[in-house]
Ligand binder design. Structure first.
Ligand code: KIV
Ligand code: ZN
Length: 514
């Protein structure tokens, strides 16, 4: 709660803020994203476990499938309130009633730009329609959350009138959307505090990230008295996206000392799930959930973090479900070398560890960065990898892509036995994951708990891959691979993880052939 005492001099901060998650509605409006019913239900369950107060499950008018997915979600009887989006018309509100949701989010645009070019309605007509539809939804027992679309480009006096009228009509809360990310923090503060002086019901904000200000604007709204904040996991959403829920929540807890119902330690897991199901990769340098958010590479930082993590970490990685990652360099110790070598499937002797470390420190002194590729190069120079005794080795990988699926054939040698594994999937990764699942089933009690593949931005660069295998009681192995081909990197990662598992003697049923 770093800044609470400072900010409290000028603002009355709330003790608690409600989180309105719109990953399944605005987040799904991300260009190119379409979630299946099962994926939507899975994400809704995860959001509920995360502890968001309201889940905007979708916009039922959009399609039959969307409506069915929302109905499935309401059947789950989650703790979070379920909300759907509706235009200010009876057809949309009737759909919300049919879906048996708790909340309806009714919206109508209020800016002159939208009135003239989209709605072709007068200001008076918009007010009349908004109030009438709020009354209609209330008469049908719904909790009404009302949004004045494009609020931040709406004449402020008119905006206040709209909100006063919908409050009179029975709205339970109002929302100020910054529809095209046009606001700046001081403007949002001014708008929220003006509205707050005129209405008594709770105020929400819904910020878009067109100028990269969505999170800053959302936090400014809280300073001015907003009680509900809209956000999406990984900042998904139309165009540049919505305010990133994980960033807002962590900032509220850590910087403002404001509580939410969100369980911070579950954030990363939900982020990964949403990344996997939407197919939208989280950038490596994204705050809180990006791969690099808790990685340390430069000498000064690594040295600082080793003495005391607080020096270069604003929060503990574990508090948001992450782990610290130290990139090798001249400050590295034997343990880091040994651990990373294992992740590449190589068990080093004491003498070899010393040699690798010496080389790393020498390169570090020359100012070189030791990324995973360079580490592998050093490893190859110091250790003759062809002589390394590995319990699992890749013999051959064969991928055959058909029109709508890929067939994979992987020949491994595990503890001296040949395993020829075949799998089929929607693409090479899917086919390989199916093979890994089958193989793990047969030789161990481990499952795949996570995997990532980083495709290179240019063909001259290599692909990286990481896979985590785990067993119920928290035993975990991480394998890595780097290769020109992302599928080979992915097989390497699996086999390297497998080697660790076998080295530890964690296999079972080894005699059953895959
Ligand atoms: O950005 C926006 O204005 C919206 C509304 C539907 C609230 O998503
Ligand atoms: Zn939006």
């Amino acid at each position: 709660m770093a800044w609470r005492s400072v900010i409290s001099r000028d603002y009355i901060l709330p003790e608690r803020v409600q989180i309105f998650d719109t990953t399944l509605r605005d987040g799904e409006q991300t260009p190119g994203v379409a979630l299946t019913k099962n994926a939507k239900v899975e994400i809704a369950r995860a959001l509920d476990e995360l502890g968001v107060d309201i889940i905007e499950a979708g916009f039922p008018t959009v399609s039959k499938g969307e409506e069915e997915a929302i109905k499935e979600i309401t059947k789950e009887r989650l703790n979070s309130k379920i909300c759907v989006l509706a235009r200010a018309n009876k057809l949309d509100i009737d759909k919300a009633i049919e879906c048996e949701v708790d909340w309806v989010h009714i919206f109508i645009a209020t800016s002159d730009i939208h009135l003239k070019h989209k709605l072709k309605m007068s200001r008076e007509e918009v007010i009349e329609k908004a109030a009438r539809m709020v009354e209609y939804a209330k008469d049908h027992g719904l909790i009404v959350h009302f949004s004045a679309e494009d609020s931040t480009r709406t004449d402020l006096e008119y905006l206040v009138t709209v909100f006063k009228e919908v409050e009179k009509a029975g709205a339970d809360s109002i929302d100020i959307p910054d529809t095209v990310g046009f606001a700046i923090p001081s403007a949002i503060k001014m708008i929220v505090s003006t509205v707050k002086k005129n209405v008594k019901i709770p105020i929400a904000v819904h910020c878009h990230d067109d100028m990269g200000l969505a999170v800053a604007n959302s936090l400014a709204a809280v300073e001015a008295g907003a009680e509900i904040i809209h956000g999406t996991i990984n900042g998904l959403g139309e165009r540049a996206g919505n305010a990133s829920l994980e960033e807002i929540v962590v900032a509220l807890h850590t910087l403002y000392g404001i509580q939410t119902n969100v369980k911070l330690e579950k954030i990363y897991r939900v982020s990964r799930l949403v990344e996997k199901l939407t197919g939208v990769m989280v950038p490596k340098n994204k705050a809180i959930v990006g791969e690099n958010a808790f990685s340390h590479e430069s000498g000064i930082h690594v040295h600082g973090v080793i003495s005391s993590p607080q020096t270069y970490e604003p929060i503990e990685p574990e508090s948001v479900g992450r782990k610290r990652k130290i990139i090798l360099g001249k400050h590295s110790g034997k343990h880091s070398v040994e651990k990373l070598a294992k992740q590449f499937g190589v068990r080093l002797s004491e003498e070899q560890i010393d040699k690798v470390l010496k080389e790393i420190k020498m390169r570090g002194d020359l100012g070189h960065k030791i990324n995973e590729n360079i580490f592998l190069e050093i490893l190859k120079n110091v250790v003759d990898l062809s002589n390394v005794d590995r319990k699992a080795e890749i013999q051959e990988v064969c991928l055959h892509t058909l029109k709508d699926r890929t067939i994979a054939l992987v020949h491994l040698n595990i503890m001296g036995e040949d395993y020829v594994l075949a799998g089929c999937g929607r693409n090479d990764i899917d086919a390989l994951v199916n093979i890994y699942d089958e193989c793990l089933d047969k030789i161990s009690k481990f499952n795949i708990s996570d995997y990532r593949i980083w495709l290179p931005p240019s063909p001259q660069m290599i692909s990286e891959s990481e896979i985590t295998l785990c067993r119920k009681n928290d035993e975990e192995v991480v394998g890595r691979g780097v290769h020109n081909s992302h599928s080979i990197a992915f097989v390497q990662a699996f086999v390297n993880a497998l080697n660790q598992l076998l080295e530890e003697g964690w296999e079972n049923d080894r005699n059953v052939r895959c």
